[in-house]
Design a protein around this ligand. Structure first.
Ligand code: BDP
Length: 707
């Protein structure tokens, strides 16, 4: 015991020394620095004098170790782990209890209950994963300076599969990744396990993420080889004690590419057999393997349609290949036909909706939040609420493909929440996307949500330090979609940046406003997909030629001498008809459509007056100008919090905000000058016309397009 305490003290000294170094962001929201104020610190010290845990399963051991690490750091005193509380009080007791319930209600397998018993705090749940989540919840309580006395918290996850999707490639690059190269060191695996993997698992467990798809949806068949499965198994071994299961994206043509077959037809017996044998092989190496994610017949990827079969044929064959193994198939609905002359908005719906009821019970259909592709604002995807017999897994993007990469500060919880709260009216009012996804609307057992990861090999994981808030917020919303973006932003700020109350308020507000500011200076009033070709960075509203018409900008904004916007009413593409009548009513009339969605559904005359009292043209200009100027406000807010922030971290974000301001002006000038050539109206006073010309901004865009 003495030795252990000496060791702990040493740990504390090392931790204290490292906390005085510049904050490089590596520790994310799990900093555990000593609480500076003596009074609250002593209160916590009295409540957390020891951790009692008799559990020997990996999850409980992980929970005890994390509590010990966190509390020792936060309280500045060694907190021992003992086998049982005995007659001691003032400690924390970990208890796995298969019958655990709270308030007469059975807990879900991952749900936890924290309560006081004989002057101890008990963290209980039916599984060791539940206890692990409870341990992190208790740490969060301390990290955000909430009282422990009389604590009585019950929390069950609302969604069962809470996954990160890594778009990481075997060569170490990341598709649309802006935080360096992949964190997975494939050439070192399985022998060398980078300690970073463990910290990654800790961070995920702390926010309730319980699964990771480790490779890109544009998948290499390599991962299904015996050589690579051994590497995947090694990663799964690191994740397991943190309650995280590993999944793989699979390449549809794998039986041909690595299996020596001459077909990948899902109805071919040899193909079925190949997948069944492959599943057995995987489960032998990884007994808790989560399952498969598939992007098929989308953007050039192979799929069952290559053999005249449909998505259900493919998904079901794969699900059946899992046999008795406990896994699922997540089949993506991100499809749009090659050479489309129609409206891309409708295509996933047209391919997938008729298949409702045709999927194997182990299949979830994975649907992006909006019908096009992760734009800064999209209406919810019309498939939500339209496939009652199929569990739909919501996919959101944390890596900022269309939201300024790791340069622009954009907090995504409001975007995700906007989708979750949207009402599909599938079973009457209140049938929100959240309730479709969590299974309550249609009574599904399987429920899931996935975030396309923004994590890379950068020391601070996400490139932009505030990108960490998006990883954090995703996990928190996946666990409980009822949480507000504000609550989550405040939690993250306190755990990551500062607990100084005025600074917390300032920064929380800054985070909350950031997404609508981004929308204003890039795609106000429902504009979408007008960004730089291929790289998806910067503005290019004049883009009229690309590999496909629906990769251009003009396809989406439809600006002409009359007006602006995509008519998706009955007079146009009629995509609106994919929604329930109540939703159509909301968006169908240009006079009453909320301005945020106006140009998603209507072609509006330049001189048309809007409810703001301005014409469309004047409103458009006003939004671009006020949006770009709001970045100045963001800079001021960040500066106001400076005394409460780590200097290195302060300087990092301050510099990125300068770039953001510069590029907000770039967006503003490009868009108002280009649309002006069609609207043929002056920039309304008192706004000052851009000093540069359209040719100037076009040159800038060309530069970014150069190889
Ligand atoms: C788009 C990306 C592309 C992805 C694709 C997908 O531009 O790189 O592969 O989505 O989700 O957003 O499959």
């Amino acid at each position: 015991m003495l030795l252990r305490n000496v060791f702990l003290l040493l740990l504390l000294v090392v931790a204290a020394a490292s906390s005085s170094r510049a904050d490089d962001g590596y520790r994310l929201w799990l900093k555990y620095d000593r609480i500076a104020d003596a009074a609250p610190r002593q209160q916590y010290q009295r409540a957390a004098q020891f951790i009692a845990s008799s559990g020997t399963t990996p999850g409980v051991r992980t929970a005890a170790a994390e509590l010990q690490r966190g509390l020792s750091g936060l309280l500045g005193q060694a907190v021992p782990v003992v086998a049982a509380a005995g007659s001691r009080t003032g400690g924390i007791v970990l208890r796995v209890d298969a019958q655990a319930s709270a308030g007469g209600q059975a807990l879900k397998p991952e749900g936890y209950h924290i309560f006081s018993e004989k002057n101890n705090l008990v963290i209980t749940g039916r599984t060791d994963r539940a206890v692990l989540y409870g341990a992190f919840a208790l740490l969060r309580q301390v990290q955000t300076r909430q009282p422990l006395a009389g604590l009585n918290v019950t929390s069950n996850p609302r969604i069962n599969f809470r996954l990160l999707n890594h778009w990481d490639n075997p060569n170490g690059t990341v598709e649309r990744g802006y935080a360096g190269s992949s964190i997975w060191q494939w050439y070192e695996l399985p022998e060398r396990l980078d300690p970073r993997y463990t910290d990654y698992a800790r961070a995920n467990a702390s926010i309730g993420i319980n699964g990771v798809v480790i490779n890109n949806v544009n998948a290499s068949a390599r991962y299904l080889s015996a050589e690579y499965l051994a590497k995947v198994a090694a990663l799964a071994g690191v994740m397991r004690p943190y309650g995280i299961r590993v999944y793989l994206s699979v390449m549809w043509a794998a039986p041909k590419v690595i299996g020596g077959l001459n077909t990948a037809d899902p109805l071919d017996p040899a193909v079925k057999q190949w997948w069944a044998a492959k599943s057995d092989e995987i489960y032998k190496a990884i007994p808790d393997f989560g399952g498969f994610l598939v992007k098929a017949n989308s953007e050039g990827e192979p799929g069952p349609q290559d053999y005249g079969r449909n998505h259900a044929d493919g998904a079901n064959m794969l699900a059946q290949s899992l046999g008795r193994h406990d896994g699922v198939v997540m089949w993506r609905a991100f499809v749009y036909k090659a050479n489309s002359n129609g409206d891309r908005f409708k295509e996933a719906y047209e391919e997938f909706q008729p298949l409702d009821g045709k999927f194997d019970p182990k299949v979830l259909v994975q649907v992006k939040n909006g019908p096009i592709d992760f734009q800064a604002r999209e209406p919810f995807h019309p498939l939500f609420g339209a496939m009652p017999k199929t569990p739909l897994l919501l996919e959101v993007q944390l890596t900022q493909e269309y939201l300024g990469f790791a340069t622009h500060l954009v907090y995504l919880a409001p975007l995700i929440k906007e989708c979750l709260e949207a009402d599909t009216y599938a079973k009457g009012p209140g049938s929100t996307v959240a309730k479709v996804v969590d299974g309550t609307v249609d009574h599904h057992e399987l429920s899931g949500i996935a975030g396309v990861a923004n994590i890379g090999a950068d020391r601070n994981w996400t490139g932009h330090p505030v990108g960490q808030a998006n990883w954090y917020a995703f996990g928190r919303l996946a666990w409980d979609h009822m949480l507000s973006p504000e609550t989550i932003a405040a939690e993250w700020t306190k755990m990551t940046l500062t607990t100084e109350p005025a600074a917390v308020r300032t920064l929380t507000n800054l985070l909350e406003q950031s997404r609508s500011i981004y929308v204003r200076y890039t795609t106000p009033l429902g504009l979408h997909h007008i960004m730089g070709e291929s790289i998806h960075y910067g503005p290019q509203p004049w883009l009229a030629k690309a590999g496909r018409p629906d990769w251009t900008a003009v396809y989406y904004h439809k600006a002409d001498s009359v007006g602006l916007g995509f008519d998706r009413t009955a007079g146009g593409s009629n995509a609106l008809a994919l929604y329930k009548p109540e939703v159509q009513k909301q968006w169908g009339n240009a006079q009453t459509c909320p301005l945020n969605y106006l140009l998603w559904f209507h072609h509006v005359g330049w001189r048309q007056p809007l409810p703001t009292g301005r014409t469309l043209w004047n409103e458009l200009c006003t939004r671009y100008y006020t949006g770009a100027d709001s970045v100045l406000w963001m800079q001021q807010q960040w500066a106001a919090a400076k005394p409460a922030l780590d200097p290195a971290l302060y300087a990092d974000v301050a510099a990125r905000l300068q770039t953001q301001r510069k590029e907000a002006l770039w967006w503003r000038d490009a868009c108002v000058l280009y649309f002006q050539t069609l609207a043929r109206q002056p920039i309304p006073a008192p706004l000052v016309p851009p000093a540069r010309s359209l040719a100037d901004v076009k040159n800038l865009v060309q530069l970014y397009q150069l190889k």
